[in-house]
Design a protein. Structure first.
Length: 191
């Protein structure tokens, strides 16, 4: 049994709110805001009540251009599908960023210094938090199993063994060739 809200959403979907109206409004708003900000069509000069002259964008031209572009976009079902996919992914990315900021906020304290963890420990916990949140989202999308299967098949191949060997050789060469710069000290000088 579906709820009244679910039935309302199904009705709105059948009417075409999600396929035409919302993409139209999104494209119209973005194009109109871009035209208003860039003032491509120039400005109209108006004298205010205070005697100052104001430069105002030409809203009639901006709105008509945005209106026409938005109609062209919703006429193409491919563009509407792309817009729906892109906006869904942008929202998913915003949720991922918000989750990361929320978890990192757990390491904050109410002082001017900020994090109660310092230096390397702070970086380690930020990386752990990011990897944990990324793993949760990949699992929710169903991509984590695909990634594990891919890496599981690679580790049994000769290419993985060759890659590990090259990495070990590069690390060994870097260790041998690395020179400490003269004058550089690992100890901190105290004042």
């Amino acid at each position: 049994m579906t709820s009244a809200l679910g039935e309302s959403l199904e009705f709105l979907s059948r009417v075409g709110i999600f396929d035409t109206v919302l993409p139209f409004l999104l494209v119209f708003t973005m194009v109109f805001a871009f035209l208003e900000k860039t003032r491509i069509y120039g400005v109209d000069k108006y004298k205010g009540d205070d005697g100052k002259i104001y430069d105002l964008p030409r809203k009639n031209l901006n709105s008509m251009t945005a209106f026409v572009i938005a109609f062209f976009v919703i006429a193409s079902t491919q563009l509407v599908a792309i817009i729906s996919e892109v906006t869904a992914n942008i929202v998913l990315l915003l949720i991922l960023v918000f989750s990361f900021i929320l978890v990192i906020g757990a390491f904050q304290k109410e002082t001017k210094e900020g994090f109660f963890l310092k230096g390397t420990w702070k970086l380690v916990f930020e990386v752990i938090a990011f990897l944990g949140i990324a793993a949760i989202f990949l699992h929710a999308l169903g991509w984590l199993d695909v990634i594990f299967d891919f890496f599981g098949s690679i580790w049994t191949s000769q290419a993985a063994a060759a890659l590990i060997m090259v990495l070990v050789l590069v690390g060994f060469m870097w260790f041998i060739v690395y020179e400490k710069k003269p004058g550089a000290s690992t100890e901190k000088k105290e004042d």
